[in-house]
Design a protein around this ligand. Structure first.
Ligand code: AMP
Length: 225
């Protein structure tokens, strides 16, 4: 299955992407995570990406589509993939269409997460990530770890992302409105979009998501980590 997960920052894309990909046995591909790996490894691409990320801006399209093209070319995507955070503008959507045509692949579904901006700000302010594994995501109110500041899954230290501070969040929301919302409209007009409400518990949203993509009968409980 080939899926795009799309929605504003703070909608819970990362949290749901990990669970959906595990449930469907497909690769979770997050452009934000790919950039953060480059930043950790101190590559030139990472330095370039970091400047834009810190400002709440999009990393330039050539850089982003290059990273995605390389990632999608790896054999582990053969069973399918879930794109999280890509495409974020119409140029990227076109680039993705080109990559898929070249590989004779097509998208199955674009899953949109719907949430108000007020909720976004509240969610992002409380978001905490594990230093050992960025796919371990917590929230101080909605999914708190058993011990504050410590990852339940691996004991790693929890931290707040640099671009999760309020001024950057506002900028990221503005970028979403102007650049990414047209991508949602684009996939709606292609008949690929299905939208779900992103409020509620992680499990509630996961069940909603699985129903929306026609995988609802299966038991989602096993993917709660
Ligand atoms: P995310 O982890 O998806 O919230 O992304 C964090 C940041 O990485 C974004 O605010 C952008 O600066 C950058 N980024 C992630 N995905 C993209 C993309 N598809 N295009 C451009 N920049 C991106």
């Amino acid at each position: 299955m080939r899926i795009i997960l799309i929605g504003p920052p703070g909608a819970g894309k990362g949290t749901q992407a990990v669970r959906l990909a595990a449930h469907l046995s497909i690769q979770h591909i997050s452009t934000g995570d790919l950039f953060r790996e480059h930043i950790d490894e101190r590559t030139e691409l990472g330095r370039n990406a970091r400047t834009h990320m810190r400002a709440g801006l999009l990393v330039p399209d050539e850089v982003t589509t290059g990273v995605v093209k390389e990632r999608l070319a790896r054999p582990d995507t053969e069973r399918g993939f879930l794109l999280d955070g890509f495409p974020r503008n119409l140029a990227q959507a076109q680039a993705l269409a080109g990559i898929l045509v070249d590989s004779k692949l097509r998208l199955d579904v674009v899953l949109g997460l719907d949430i108000s901006e007020d909720q976004v700000v509240r969610r992002i302010a409380g978001r905490r990530l594990c230093r050992q594994d960025r796919e371990h995501i917590f929230h101080v109110d909605y999914s708190p770890p058993d011990v504050a500041g410590v990852c339940d899954l691996c004991g790693g230290e929890l931290y707040q992302r640099g671009d999760d501070r309020e001024t950057t969040v506002r900028k990221r929301l503005e970028v979403y409105r102007t650049e990414t919302a047209p991508v949602v409209d684009h996939y709606r007009s292609q008949g690929l979009l299905t939208t779900i409400a992103a409020h509620g518990s992680v499990q509630e949203v996961l069940h909603r998501a699985l129903d929306a993509i026609g995988q609802g009968q299966a038991d989602a409980a096993g993917t709660s980590n």
